[in-house]
Write a protein that binds this ligand. Structure first.
Ligand code: HEM
Length: 532
């Protein structure tokens, strides 16, 4: 007779494996003498069902300081919010911090996108794409953006006439959807009016936050995802994603067949892009490069890094599709949130709104148009957007993975190869050590005369170093052209539905809050509201 039936043995073994899996996170940082918050088995320190990430970041900063250990799923990560070390990681020692943490996207086409690409693949694609986002190239897209600003204006005009209050994110989301669909997918969405438009419906589904999918991102390894997809398990399929990939492949095919038609969108720029053909940076880019922490030192390093040729000088069809997709994912929600929070702050701070109005009106009074050249360099408008991005940073965290052992002497710690770093943007932006009175919306901080008081690498809405947000200038032009045009004619103010304090909700990578509602009136038609 068996002393222990085999099912018992399997049970005991399974329990031992489970115990080891659970206890690794409990001892990993302790063994290295690094403090950190308690960890949930398998989930780690992210995705707490009741404590949204931004609030957790601030709790942890208060309790554990600028340097501590935590877990993403079962992966150990260091949280670093010391600006001097952040600069080393993002810029000076970039050769060791090329990569983000590996993603678990198993789609062969999409894994070539700029956010996920690694090592030389990233460098090649980035060096071909960077010239697409210089001032002179963005000016070419002004016409396309202008059409979307017109639709936004009309939508707000209708709301001013018919509603006592409107949910700002819906309207701004429609605007940024129109812009990115036009510029990256050559598609007219008319999102303000056509709610059933296939593009709009698929896009919204794709970007919905789903707790189970989010858990899957951390916990399920690629090989398992592939198997689950083969068996068509719902949570591991994405028909919405396939919809966008198909559109993009079809468009490239059409463009290659019809070479006489002229386009001025991103897709065309990518099809024509060639390494070394255009400048990586232009003198005009200087004005807003502080948003990505680029000064002379960073500029030189970036130019040196990206001027090297590796492999093909052109993007392949799959690479172009992957980039269109990531531009959409990275650009739609982030810019919509920025505009939403900016309008919330303007509605709740009438003095600031008035000063912005005066700045914009001065251009119009001078007989000049509110176009790219006149709007992009308005200092107060720029400062309002910067302060919005500080106080309500849409992206919560930056991450990098180290490719060799790396000492951090200040904290008497050496990172192991492949260990990762998280940079908690939200907590850094709300830390009074760096931004006095951090909860106050105060655009003055970012006026040119005050900017040198900001500690370098303590303002990181678009990240920093050669892997910063490539779409920063695109997002800025979209936001500035939109806001300038609206503020010229509309007055925004609080309604009975406007929250005095926005409550933060659970989201995975991006800031989510309770809905923002405000009211607006057309200044030209409603003279009784004309406090301007
Ligand atoms: C207000 C709007 C936006 C915000 C706040 C934002 C923020 C960010 C941040 C924080 C990063 C990570 C940077 C780092 O790791 O150092 C990033 C990367 C990126 N963003 Fe944006 N972004 C915005 C708009 C856009 C737009 C409009 C596009 C495209 C048109 C875009 C495309 C990308 C891409 C492709 C990357 C990856 C760059 C690389 O790894 O080389 N973003 N963005």
């Amino acid at each position: 007779m068996e002393l222990f039936p085999s099912s018992w043995l399997y049970g005991i073994l399974a329990n031992i494996v489970l115990l080891v899996l659970i206890s690794i996170p409990l001892v990993y940082w302790k063994r290295k003498g690094i403090k950190g918050p308690p960890t949930l088995p398998f989930i780690g320190n992210f995705l707490h069902p009741t404590r949204p990430i931004p609030l957790m970041q601030m709790d942890n900063l208060r309790q554990y300081g600028h340097f501590f250990g935590m877990f993403r799923g079962r992966q150990p990560v260091l949280s670093i919010s010391d600006p001097a070390i952040i600069k080393r990681i993002l810029v000076q020692d970039f050769h060791l911090f090329h990569n983000r943490m590996p993603t678990t996207d198993s789609n062969v086409v999409l894994s070539q996108n700029l956010v996920s690409a690694r090592y030389d693949k990233w460098k090649r694609v980035r060096s071909i794409l960077t010239p697409m986002f210089t001032t002179s190239k963005l000016r070419k897209m002004e016409g396309l953006m202008g059409q979307c600003v017109d639709s936004l204006y009309q939508a707000l005009d209708r709301l001013a006439k018919t509603e006592s209050s409107f949910p700002v994110h819906n309207v701004m989301g429609n605007f940024t959807m129109d812009v990115i669909a036009k510029c990256a997918f050559a598609t007219d969405t008319d999102a303000h009016n056509e709610k059933e438009n296939k593009f709009v419906v698929n896009a919204r589904k794709l970007l919905e936050f789903n707790f189970i999918r989010a858990l899957g991102t951390f916990l399920v390894p690629i090989f398992l995802k592939n198997i689950l997809q083969t068996f068509r398990i719902k949570y591991f399929l994405s028909p919405e994603r396939d919809f966008f990939l198909n559109i993009c492949f079809q468009l490239i095919k059409q463009r290659k067949q019809n070479t006489t038609a002229k386009y001025s969108d991103m897709l065309e720029l990518m099809i024509k892009a060639k390494h070394g053909k255009d400048r990586l940076m232009e003198d005009d880019d200087k004005f807003d490069s502080y948003h990505v922490n680029v000064g002379d030192e960073e500029k030189l390093r970036e130019e040196k890094l990206l001027s090297e040729i590796i492999g093909s000088k052109y993007l392949s069809e799959e690479e172009i599709v992957a980039q269109s997709f990531i531009f959409f994912i990275a650009g739609y929600e982030t810019t919509a949130s920025t505009l939403t929070f900016a309008l919330y702050e303007l509605a709740t701070n009438p003095d600031i709104q008035n000063r912005l109005y005066e700045e914009v009106k001065a251009i119009v009074d001078n007989g000049e148009p509110l176009d790219y050249d006149h709007v992009m360099k308005l200092p107060y408008l720029d400062a309002i957007i910067a302060e919005t991005l500080r106080l309500h940073s849409p992206v919560l965290t930056l991450n990098r993975q180290v490719s060799a052992r790396y000492p951090i002497p200040e904290y008497n710690y050496t990172m192991e190869k492949d260990e990762s770093v998280f940079i908690p943007i939200y907590a850094i932006h709300h830390n009074p050590e760096f931004h006095p009175n951090p909860l106050r919306f105060n655009p003055e901080r970012f006026m040119p005369e005050n900017r040198d008081k900001i500690i370098p690498y303590s303002y990181l809405p678009f990240g920093g170093g050669p892997r910063n947000c490539i779409g920063m200038r695109f997002a800025m032009s979209e936001a500035k052209l939109g806001l300038a045009r609206l503020i010229k004619d509309f007055i925004f103010f609080k309604s009975s539905k406007t929250c005095d304090e926005l409550k933060i909700k659970n989201g995975l990578f991006l800031l989510k809050t309770t809905p923002v509602w405000i009211n607006n009136n057309n200044n030209n038609e409603q003279q009784q509201f004309c406090s301007k």
